[in-house]
Design a protein around this ligand. Structure first.
Ligand SMILES: Cc1ncc(COP(=O)(O)O)c(C=O)c1O
Length: 512
């Protein structure tokens, strides 16, 4: 049987080494054939998997090549494997292959016990993958200038002329990068820390997961801003914490208006620099009140300082971390926004006593951040590219925001209302009273537009209907076309998206 050459890389011969028993009376060739049949039948070698060459397999297993050739001929004749066009063998598709994962479940009645965590994780909805759609969040502008610099620094690191650590590195992150981040944070965000208090992360999401791991027990109480960043909620929920939503007002979270009575929370999650997604900054007096309360009650404050890079330095208020005198703040930052999200590099600034458990949690999770990315990032900051990129992107995003606001005002005035945001990569666009933002988002999705409904980010608080629209990473021409489609949808399908008075009265979040 000859078939097209598959693209899947060859399985390692080491897979079968342990199953060849030289003391067994069964001939070695028969043992190998049986092991291969078992793996193919069980799906360990799936359809399309390539087998190593007969020569490589014979060498690794210490068998005569003619033995392996004989085994491959036998399994080919039986239909377990097929010869690939050109050379080599692979596992062909099975005619009786199960049609779905459900059909692949073993027939046996033996219990398949999973941790309690698994059922919580199963309920987690993974983000959509595919081509970017207008107004989808989670994109950044990656321009030619940035790419050229990044490529040059990457090539220098890989050529050994820079600081690339090829072996395992410090799980906390390489010291020069931590020192550079500490210096940047002190100047730009008023963060006061030693480089020893910084642990590099794979981004804010990992920073939050590790924080939850070291601070939360099942049943611990966690206060979470409402509305809030969905991933933060999901991480805290899957840590089995009791979540108490704390509504924000026009100045963000107000600890004075927080739920009275009840259990003192173990932690509180907040985005004081730019409330997510509403965008307001928490004024200084509130910051001090929050920190006084946290110090008095013994609460950990998780400060998610996303997108703060884009604030005008003059407008930016110091991070909670820099105002905290009681060592209660875990400060999380990320390079996802300023550079690009798939970079997976961020940092946590920790109170001294949390550094060791946090670093251990990081080490046990995935050991460390990529050495290559750290080497490039260190040069990027130390050689001044970071500051220049930041300045360029700040201006660029401000222009994009202005462009989108002007476009919406011109085409959708009366249906969508936006207010200028101090900084950032997205806008909140308010719908007329009585509209159902989830229904609007569904209609827009059918027209190829991703608009995140505010009610989908709300926990319990009732809010007017609004759409969160990302403009970073989306071309102006694409936004223009999208606004035309949006105009059509909103003008023609409005009857479908109104809420009844009854629905309005009961509207709120809590749909998560
Ligand atoms: C509020 C908030 N924090 C943090 C992040 C960034 O997370 P990460 O660094 O894991 O990419 C996002 C991304 O959308 C966000 O919206």
């Amino acid at each position: 049987m000859q078939a097209a050459r598959p693209s899947v890389p060859a399985a390692g011969a080491a897979l079968w080494t342990t199953r060849i028993d030289r003391k067994s009376p069964v001939p070695l060739g028969r043992q190998l054939a049986a092991a291969l049949r078992r793996d193919i039948a069980a799906g360990a070698l799936a359809a399309g998997a390539r087998l190593p060459s007969t020569r490589a397999l014979a060498t690794e297993l210490g068998l005569a090549r003619s033995t392996v050739v004989g085994v491959f001929e036998q399994l080919t004749a039986e239909g377990y494997i097929a010869a690939a066009q050109g050379s080599g063998h692979f596992v062909p598709p099975r005619e009786d292959a199960p049609a779905s994962a459900a059909a692949a479940r073993p027939a046996s009645d033996t219990p398949r016990l999973l941790a309690r965590q698994a059922s919580l994780l199963r309920a987690h909805v993974l983000p959509r993958r595919g081509r970017p759609r207008p107004f989808e969040l989670g994109f950044a502008e990656v321009d030619g200038r940035f790419m050229t610099t990044w490529k040059r620094l990457a090539s220098r690191a890989l050529s050994g002329r820079s600081r690339l650590e090829w072996s395992y590195g410090d799980p906390q992150g390489e010291p020069p990068l931590r020192a550079a981040i500490a210096e940047y944070l002190a100047a730009a965000r008023g963060v006061r820390c030693r480089p020893e208090q910084i642990v590099l992360t794979g981004g804010t999401q990992q920073g939050l997961s590790l924080t939850a791991r070291i601070l939360l027990d099942p049943g611990s109480t966690a206060w979470v801003e409402d509305p809030c960043y969905r991933a933060a909620y999901d991480i805290i929920r899957t840590a089995e914490a009791e979540i108490v939503p704390v509504p924000v007002d026009a100045d963000g979270l107000d600890i004075a208006g927080a739920p009275a009575g009840g259990t003192t929370p173990r932690l509180l999650y907040t985005t004081p620099s730019r409330q997510y997604p509403l965008g307001m900054a928490m004024p200084l007096p509130r910051r001090h009140d929050l920190l006084d309360w946290a110090a008095h009650e013994g609460v950990w404050v998780v400060e998610d300082d996303y997108e703060s890079e884009f604030q005008r330095p003059a407008a930016a208020l110091p991070a909670l971390q820099g105002l905290d005198r009681a060592g209660r703040v875990i400060y999380l930052g990320t390079f996802s926004k300023l550079l690009f999200p798939s970079l997976r590099l961020g940092y946590a600034v920790l109170p001294e006593d949390l550094v060791a458990p946090f670093t251990a949690a990081r080490h046990l999770t995935d050991r460390q951040s990529s050495g290559l990315v750290q080497a490039i990032m260190t040069d990027f900051i130390l050689e001044g590219h970071f500051a220049r990129h930041l300045k360029r992107m700040r201006a660029h995003y401000a222009e994009r925001q202005e462009f989108l606001r002007e476009l919406i005002g011109r085409r959708l005035g009366g249906l969508l209302e936006t207010r200028p945001a101090e900084s950032g990569m997205y806008l909140v666009a308010w719908l007329p009273r009585g509209w159902d933002d989830r229904a609007v988002a569904t209609h827009l999705a059918a027209a190829g537009i991703t608009a995140t409904p505010l009610s989908g980010l709300s926990l319990a608080a009732r809010r007017p209907a609004a759409l969160v629209l990302g403009y970073a990473g989306h071309e102006e021409a694409a936004m223009q076309r999208a606004v035309e489609r949006m105009t059509y949808v909103l003008e023609n399908e409005t009857g479908l998206v109104m809420m009844t008075e009854g629905e309005l009265a009961s509207a709120g979040g809590a749909a998560w």
